[in-house]
Design a protein around this ligand. Structure first.
Ligand code: ARG
Length: 461
């Protein structure tokens, strides 16, 4: 411990080194340094504007803070454990650079409102970056969907073949999910973008500060109305971690599908070399590590949400040191979501290929057109339940005979029900089965084309 703790005057002896280490957050909250500097610059300007310090002193503070920013960017400022946290680290360095004037920076401020400000500035920027990455992901989904309106793949319920769908429809489902993710982050942003600066330690300050001025300088939309709430609220972080978790739910489900599709059993996609890995022992292997890692990393993002919820649940007002524990969860979820979005976007864009032959083959070899036979009769006046029961029997006898519905002769169809005519073959061909589902939101080609256009419009907004 080379440097004295800022608060050491009130104490008889120094902090135990292991406790100093335990107490410190500098190893991780250094991530906030640029936001801390930005927040402090605004605070210094406000102090001068409100005549709390002379304008020349504020200029010195701002110049010193900007010098620290330069030093940090050039790798010349690397504070260690003796600084406890990023806020003290900056203040110490400021006093080293500009002398005693630096000691005025913390007038009318506490680390409690300071750290809340930093975290919000950080998260604000990260949210915008994540939203941008969601947009890239959506663009790639849309590019592939546009090329595959008429590529037909089996659709599943219970992971059993159900009804065929357009590949574009399947991909657009993920587009919709990520659209909600994008919007959800926009909602979170509104509650992140509120300034706690000036709430002080918990009760406000005796100085005639102008909180709206700092909020304006820092582009916050509003200020916290209650100082106790302002310094101890982490709802905005919980909301972010929740939105991050939902993004990961979506990426993980998609990853699971890609893993299944890449298996020998499905064979719907092949993994290209740029995004697949081999085995150390089985020479034939090509593994889907990218989607597996995304699926796996989902766990820690859920964990971060859970961790912060539990940190918060028993806290009395106002600030408690427990709140220092919010940061690693936030940083980890930010970094993980960004990395996963990058990876899945690259995987989709250049790491896998849909095997159209396999897909075309798959949809002609099952009974996923059975509903269409029932619909055929129902459209011709047969009550749906009656038609459904009849087709159930046909499926049973066809399975026993090793036949598919398309293999039945017209005579056989007509023996089953006089309403069957030669157009039954057309009605149950996979392409027609998909094309005919033109209800709003359905997989019919006409609907998909509308959805694609709408999606393009959303992206260009
Ligand atoms: N490092 C602290 C944190 O991250 C900063 C605020 C400390 N405040 C205090 N009263 N000890 O929460």
């Amino acid at each position: 411990m080379t440097q004295q703790q800022t608060w050491s005057q009130r104490f008889e002896s120094a902090l135990h080194p292991i406790i100093a280490n335990f107490n410190a957050s500098i190893n991780f909250d250094i991530e906030l340094i640029e936001y801390d500097l930005t927040g402090s610059v605004a605070h210094a300007k406000m102090l001068a504007k409100c005549d709390i310090i002379p304008a020349e002193e504020a200029e010195k503070l701002v110049a010193g803070l900007e010098q620290i920013r330069e030093e940090y960017r050039q790798g010349k400022f690397q504070p260690g454990i003796e600084s406890e946290d990023v806020h003290f680290a900056v203040e110490h360095r400021l006093v080293e650079i500009i002398g005693d004037v630096g000691k005025k920076l913390h007038t009318a401020r506490s680390r409690n409102d300071q750290v809340g400000t930093d975290t919000r500035l950080y998260l604000r920027e990260q949210i915008q970056q994540i939203r941008q990455k969601l947009r890239f992901f959506q663009c790639v989904l849309l590019d592939i969907a546009e090329k595959n309106v008429e590529t037909i793949i089996p659709g599943y319920t219970h992971l059993q073949r159900a009804q065929p769908v357009s590949l574009a429809h399947h991909l657009l489902a993920y587009f919709e999910m990520s659209q909600r993710d994008w919007e959800r982050l926009g909602d979170v942003y509104r509650r992140v973008n509120i300034s706690p600066l000036g709430c002080g330690a918990l009760a406000g300050t005796t100085f005639p500060i102008d909180r709206h001025y700092t909020a304006q300088l820092l582009h916050f939309d509003a200020v916290y109305a209650n100082s106790l709430d302002g310094v101890s609220d982490r709802d905005f972080a919980i909301e972010f971690l929740s939105a991050a978790s939902i993004i990961m739910v979506h990426l993980s489900r998609f990853s699971e599908e890609i893993i299944l599709w890449a298996s020998e059993e499905f064979g719907f996609v092949s993994l290209l070399d740029s995004c697949a890995t081999g085995s150390s022992i089985m020479p034939q292997k090509k593994n889907p590590d990218v989607p597996e890692l995304i699926r796996g990393k989902t766990g820690r993002v859920f964990g971060n949400l859970q961790a912060l919820l539990v940190v918060m649940k028993g806290l009395p007002l106002a600030y408690n040191k427990d709140l220092q524990e919010d940061k690693e969860s936030i940083f980890d979820s930010v970094n993980t979501v960004k990395a996963c979005l990058d990876a899945i976007t690259i995987l989709l864009r250049e790491g896998l290929e849909f095997r159209s032959h396999r897909l075309a083959e798959a949809v002609t070899q099952d009974f996923s057109n059975a509903t269409d036979v029932a619909d055929y009769l129902a459209a011709r006046g047969v009550p749906f339940r009656e038609a459904y029961n009849l087709v159930g029997k046909v499926v049973k006898t066809s399975l026993a005979a090793g036949k598919l519905l398309k293999d039945l002769t017209l005579e056989e169809w007509q023996q089953l029900h006089p309403k069957f005519e030669a157009d039954i073959y057309e009605a149950i061909a996979p392409r027609q089965v998909v094309a005919a589902r033109n209800s709003y939101g359905g997989t019919g080609f006409a609907r998909i084309k509308e959805s694609l256009e709408f999606a393009r419009k959303q992206l260009s907004e």
